[in-house]
Design a protein around this ligand. Structure first.
Ligand code: FMN
Length: 362
């Protein structure tokens, strides 16, 4: 196993190069946890394949003066539409964990969404770098615990909450099981201290387990406890999107958890157009899962996303080259997106909307 590189090799020019190199830097069980999906990994495959069903519709000789990839989002401005998706325990992949990811993200102006299973306490995260820091959580029935966590996040200067709603139980992760992955004890979870334990049950359909699962009512309660924006992550249906808008949530992430929960969910890109149509600009819509190229982000924006979240590739880059790797991977994505905008004749992110067509079969 190699240790983290100080300099990026010349042949690392695309996110797939980080994916190729990352297994050399990680023990096999941690690699299985990072790269794998649920069961037969159908979700993992369809997420990326969905992007191959679309091509970009260019226009030539467009006036591009003043072109920019700036994102306007809820009154704020970001230099590009890439966010880092919430992912557990970055210390599994690099000794400096979330600190390194945050520095790499900040260098490129990308918001980081910390996972509730982060291995670094939010209080230790740098907050003077001028980029938003969001926090992802799962809602539990225990309101005292939830309130304590929310107040802690507010006090630490967190900019927004992302509630993940698609994982009331962990997916069936055969690749991880075969590799014998377990969270090492030394990788702490400082935001889960005091979290109520899940009941030990034979079946997840045991009433004692089901009684612990959150519902819309719990999410709306949570939303009413804080002034922070609250987004929902893991929405894949028009009905749920409609409900989120009606309940005044602040944004949506269309996601199938990177194919890590239920193996046979639709690719988020497939359902994005209908969800975006339903939401009709009332709240922002992000999408994640399978984004590996700037052109993938272009396609997502063309089909109705306001911005995108990128997951695994950020941790591949973190494992290979720490903060520098994360910044470099984001830079690659931004450059690819900008080149695509120029070649397609789209001077702004909103002008990308609709600029794709289905790939012809045969
Ligand atoms: C190692 C790993 C850990 C993850 N942990 C979380 C988590 O704690 N909370 C969460 O909402 N999503 C989690 N996710 C899902 C990501 O937020 C995101 O939805 C997914 O990775 C996007 O797909 P992509 O990896 O193809 O970009 C995790 C994903 C990975 C790869």
């Amino acid at each position: 196993m190699k240790t983290c590189l100080e300099r990026i090799p010349q042949d690392v020019v695309a996110l797939c190069d980080y994916e190729r190199l990352a297994p050399e830097f990680l023990p096999p069980d941690i690699w299985a946890y990072l790269a794998g999906g649920a069961a037969d990994e159908r979700g993992l495959k369809v997420n990326q394949e969905a992007y191959r069903q679309w091509s970009i519709q260019p226009q030539v000789l467009v006036e591009m003066h003043g072109a920019s990839s700036t994102l306007q989002l809820r009154g704020g401005q970001l230099p590009h539409p890439f966010f880092i998706a919430p992912m557990a325990a970055h210390r599994l992949f690099h000794a400096e964990g979330e600190l390194a990811t945050a520095l790499g993200a900040a260098a490129m102006g990308a918001p980081l969404v910390m996972s509730c299973r982060a291995s670094t306490p939010i209080e230790a995260m740098p907050r003077h770098l001028g980029v938003p820091l969001w926090f992802q959580l799962y809602v539990r029935k225990d309101r005292e615990f939830m309130l304590g966590l929310v107040r802690r996040l507010e006090d630490a200067g967190c900019d927004g909450l992302v509630v993940t709603v698609d994982a009331p139980v962990s997916g069936i992760r055969n690749r991880e099981q075969r590799a014998g992955f377990r969270f090492p004890e030394e990788i702490e979870a400082p935001h889960l201290v005091g979290e109520p334990a899940w009941p030990v049950v034979e079946s997840v359909l045991d009433p004692r387990y089901l009684a612990e699962l959150p519902t819309w009512e719990d999410l709306i309660w949570l939303k009413n406890q804080t002034r922070l924006p609250v987004w929902l992550k893991g929405v894949l249906s028009v009905a749920d999107a409609q409900r989120a808008v009606e309940a005044s949530f602040d944004g949506l992430v269309v996601s199938n958890h990177g194919g890590r929960t239920l193996d046979v969910l639709p690719a988020p890109l497939k359902v994005l157009p209908e969800i975006s149509r339903e939401v009709a600009g009332r709240i922002p819509v992000l999408v994640d899962g399978g984004i590996r190229r700037g052109t993938d982000a272009f396609i997502a924006l063309a089909l109705g996303a306001d911005a995108v979240m990128v997951g695994r590739p950020m941790l591949y880059a973190l494992a290979v080259a720490g903060a520098v790797g994360v910044a470099h991977a984001l830079r690659i994505l931004c450059h690819e997106l900008e080149v695509a905008m120029l070649l397609a004749g789209c001077p702004t992110l909103p002008s990308i909307r609709g600029r794709v067509r289905p790939v012809m079969k045969g």
